[in-house]
Design a binder for this molecule. Structure first.
Ligand SMILES: Cc1ncc(COP(=O)(O)O)c(C=O)c1O
Length: 311
C-alpha cells in the first residue's frame, strides 16, 4: 500500500490554534493560544499521529506486516498504534505491563478493550519482565518471534517520531510566527525533543520550549533528550520537573478541580495524565513571574482523551 495516499484523510491537519482568555493573562500582559492537536483524530490523537506517521510509512516501505510496541494498560500509544495499524492494513502486537491482566479480560481498561477491538494481539508481561523490554536479549527474541513486525519503543519515541513532530512544529510556525514560549507535556521526551529540534530561531526574540514532566525523577530522560535534540537547538529549552503532582497518573484533588475549572471556562476537554499538568505548570510559572510581559505563549494540547468521559 502506498501510505502517502492515505495520510491526509486519516488525520485532520492543520489543527486549530485557538486564543485563550483569562484574567491572569491580562494581568501579566501575556497572549496565550492553545494548539488543539487533540482534534486531529479521535484515537491516533495529538502527538500520537505525528509520532506514528513516519513509522507507519517506514514499516510499509520495509514490507513489514505488523507494528509491535509496548505500553501500560492506559497507554494512549497502545490505543493509537492499534488503530493506526488497522487503518494502514497492518497487524498490531502490544506487549502490556502487568501479567495479572492476562486472564482477566473483564478488568481490561477502556484502552485495552479498544486496542483489542482494533485487532491488537495483546501479550502481558510481568512488571519485572516489562522492565527488560529494551534489553538487547529481549529485543533479539522479539525479532526472531515476530520477523515481520516493525518494533516501536514504549511511547513510540524514536527518530522517525521526532521527524513527524517536526511537522507539528512547522504548523505552529506558520500559524503563529511570533510565538515566544511553548509548553508541552513530557512522558518519554520524544514530542518535546522533536519540537525543540525543529523550532526555528526568531529574529530579535528569545524562544523557549518547556517540557512539563508528568512523572517523577524525569531527569533520567535528559541524556536521551540531549541525544535526540543534538548540539544545536535554535531555541532555549528546559524540563519542568516540579509538576508531576506525585507521579505518573496521579491527580490530587486540587488538580482535579483545576482541570474542571479550565474545561468549564474554555469548553476544552483535558486529559488527567498529561495536559492538565501541562496547563497547571504554565499557570504556576505565569504567577511566579517567569514569563515576560508581551510573551506569545502556545500551550500544546497533545490529546490523550481516549478513555476520558466526554465533557
Ligand atoms: C496525550 C499525551 N501527551 C503527551 C505525551 C508525552 O509524549 P512523549 O512521550 O513524547 O514525551 C503522551 C505520551 O506519550 C501522551 O499520550
Amino acid at each position: 500500500m502506498d501510505s502517502t495516499k492515505i495520510t491526509s484523510p486519516i488525520a485532520t491537519i492543520p489543527t486549530p490554534l485557538v486564543r485563550l482568555q483569562h484574567p491572569l493573562f491580562a494581568l501579566y500582559g501575556v497572549n496565550v493560544w492553545i494548539k488543539r492537536d487533540d482534534l486531529n483524530h479521535p484515537l491516533i490523537q495529538g502527538n500520537k499521529w505525528h509520532k506514528l506517521k513516519y513509522n507507519l510509512d517506514a514499516a510499509i516501505q520495509q514490507q513489514k506486516t505488523a507494528l509491535l510496541t509496548f505500553g501500560g494498560a492506559y497507554s494512549n500509544h497502545i490505543a493509537a498504534t492499534a488503530c493506526a495499524a488497522k487503518l494502514y492494513g497492518l497487524e498490531s502486537i502490544g506487549f502490556i505491563r502487568g501479567d495479572e491482566l492476562a486472564k482477566q479480560a473483564d478488568k481490561w481498561s477502556h484502552t485495552l478493550q479498544t486496542a483489542a477491538q482494533n485487532g491488537m494481539q495483546l501479550h502481558f508481561l510481568s512488571r519485572q519482565d516489562y522492565r527488560l523490554k529494551q534489553s538487547s536479549d529481549f529485543l533479539a527474541t522479539l525479532v526472531t518471534d515476530f520477523p515481520n513486525a516493525a518494533i516501536l519503543p514504549e511511547g513510540g519515541s524514536n527518530e522517525l517520531a521526532l521527524q513527524g513532530v517536526g511537522e507539528l512544529m512547522a504548523e505552529i510556525e506558520t500559524q503563529l510566527p511570533s510565538w515566544t514560549h511553548l509548553y508541552c507535556a513530557l512522558g518519554t521526551g520524544g514530542t518535546f525533543s522533536g519540537l525543540v529540534k525543529h523550532a526555528q530561531p526568531a529574529a530579535g526574540a528569545e524562544r523557549h520550549i518547556y517540557g512539563v514532566a508528568v512523572l517523577g525523577g524525569a531527569a533520567y530522560l535528559l541524556p536521551q533528550i540531549h541525544e535526540w535534540i543534538g548540539p544545536e537547538a535554535s531555541v532555549q529549552w528546559q524540563l519542568l520537573e516540579d509538576y508531576h503532582a506525585g507521579g505518573y497518573g496521579k491527580l490530587p484533588a486540587a488538580l482535579q478541580q483545576f482541570k474542571q475549572e479550565m474545561e468549564a471556562r474554555w469548553q476544552i476537554p483535558l486529559d488527567p495524565v498529561y495536559n492538565t499538568k501541562m496547563l497547571y505548570a504554565f499557570f504556576s510559572e505565569l504567577q511566579t513571574g517567569r514569563l515576560p510581559a508581551g510573551a506569545e505563549v502556545i500551550l500544546l494540547h497533545s490529546g490523550g482523551l481516549q478513555g476520558n468521559p466526554p465533557l
